[in-house]
Design a protein around this ligand. Sequence first.
Ligand code: NAP
Length: 275
Amino acid sequence: MKLPNGQTAFAGVLGWPVNHSLSPFIHNRWLEQNAVNALYLPFPVQPDALGTVLLALPKMGCAGVNLTIPHKEAALDLLDGVDETARRIGAVNTVVMRDGKTYGHNTDAYGFITSLKAADYCKDNALVIGAGGAARAVVTALLQDGFACVTVMNRTREKAEALKSLGRAVEVVDWQPVLPHADVVVNVTSLGMHGQPELSVDMKHLPPHAVVADIVYAPLETPLLVQAKAQGFKAIDGLGMLLFQAQAAFSLWFGINPEVTDELRQQVLKQREGV
Ligand code: NAP
């Protein structure tokens, strides 16, 4: 890596905590590969300091930042502008600084749908399992992609009902161990993550062409994906969503669409082992 000089720009991620973030690794690799004179840094920002930090950064030559827990929702009211997708999702994960002002975007929906495109899928009916923060981005992505029906199933039914405001094609079913028929199934709960119980479901009603996606990426092969593959379904892991949301953010800041390659996937996984 070249040493920073008087022209070096910077970007980063604001979170509390932020030390687990893989974004510095991903973005600094792309900066180096694309010969962009900039650095991407992790910034630990306490919740009550977010407003002050977002006011100061554009006045310091910052190109933009990612926001992670707990800042994604709070930022909506602190920025000069928020785009339609982020407003719909109710969360900002990417801020672009321009002319001393801050503009909020959400690249998670793009990240998810781009990762899903590694499979051929039918757009009749998607089943989304979970209704937390990430679910809003995934449901928005599926609706924007043209799914005729997006069914949400969550342990706490009221939270699934709240997602109906995202579009008329959103339906809700009770939490049930036997999955209803769906062309695409997406796990957006934290079940299956390291340290969490697995998501235990019966896939007998899924058609042979069904695609099963899991946005959890630690582990990369969740028990749900292992089961899906064993039953002959196409499986999509959560690392693609992470990398493609980063790709869209990088492109917003630096005007370059960086490559998401298998080599990068392997390097990120290796890096994760060390975090
Ligand atoms: P969140 O807002 O905390 O939501 C958690 C969801 O999991 C809720 O629907 C919750 O149901 C459900 N849940 C938790 N424990 C459960 C249990 N024992 N039984 C049934 N349901 C349970 O989290 P989030 O921000 O949406 O993130 C969810 C997962 O997605 C995390 O693992 C996160 O790492 C991953 N993620 C990945 C990416 C990526 O780029 N790949 C991006 C964002 C998030 P209740 O509503 O009933 O509590």
